[in-house]
Design a binder for this molecule. Structure first.
Ligand code: 5GP
Length: 191
């Protein structure tokens, strides 16, 4: 998606370890109009699929996910990183956080992920694929299905697409901007 690539090129900043900072339009301040247009692009890319629900993980996936849910007229569920007292039973999995360098446990209430549901996973970044594999595990526990996965930004050099293919062979993965390299502080897109 040209508009997203242009914004990344203009405002993205490279950090050591292959991390891209996009705090001024995705991860801290959010450009809601751009997020809406990204969601419209997800809707177009997955238009031929039956989707019952959008699944993401807090916090940065929520903005594109909720706009996609609005446009596709389906509910949006986000996996939580802490269990509220009100959550009675939950599916639980462990996800290694790429940016924080530590494991965290994520939860989805059994009320909101149901057997047979076809879920579209949406997240801000695809790096090593840990968050996606964790969400796929929650779906597996629920007897739900991952119908597809959509990312705003994929860092193709970190192997996330391959990690997803190992647990979800044949499932469609769409990324709106694909980065081939962040070496030497330069953002290089894959085309
Ligand atoms: P993965 O689980 O695919 O290894 O990493 C994806 C998750 O880590 C995303 O949910 C995102 O929050 C975070 N992440 C991974 N790489 C980056 C990055 O370069 N920049 C930012 N801002 N977040 C990232």
């Amino acid at each position: 998606m040209k508009e997203l690539e242009e914004r990344i090129a203009k405002d993205g900043k490279c950090f050591p370890g292959g991390v891209l900072k996009v705090d001024n339009f995705i991860n801290h301040q959010m450009d809601s109009e751009l997020m809406f247009r990204c969601a419209a692009e997800f809707m177009r890319l997955f238009a031929d699929m039956k989707i019952d629900k959008i699944l993401t993980v807090e916090a940065s996936g929520i903005a594109p996910a909720v706009f996609a849910g609005y446009l596709m007229r389906v509910p949006v569920v986000f996996a939580k990183k802490a269990v509220p007292k009100t959550m009675e039973t939950a599916y639980v999995t462990t996800v290694h956080s790429f940016t924080k360098g530590k494991d965290s446990t994520v939860f989805v209430s059994k009320e909101y992920l149901l057997p047979g549901e076809r879920c579209l996973v949406i997240d801000d970044f695809l790096a090593c694929g840990n968050a996606s594999v964790g969400l796929a595990d929650l779906c597996r526990q629920a007897g739900a299905e991952v119908a597809g996965l959509g990312f705003l930004v994929e860092k193709a050099f970190q192997g996330g697409r391959q990690a997803i293919a190992r647990v979800l062979p044949g499932v469609r993965v769409e990324s709106l901007a694909v980065i081939a390299s962040l070496d030497d502080g330069r953002i290089v897109f894959a085309h």
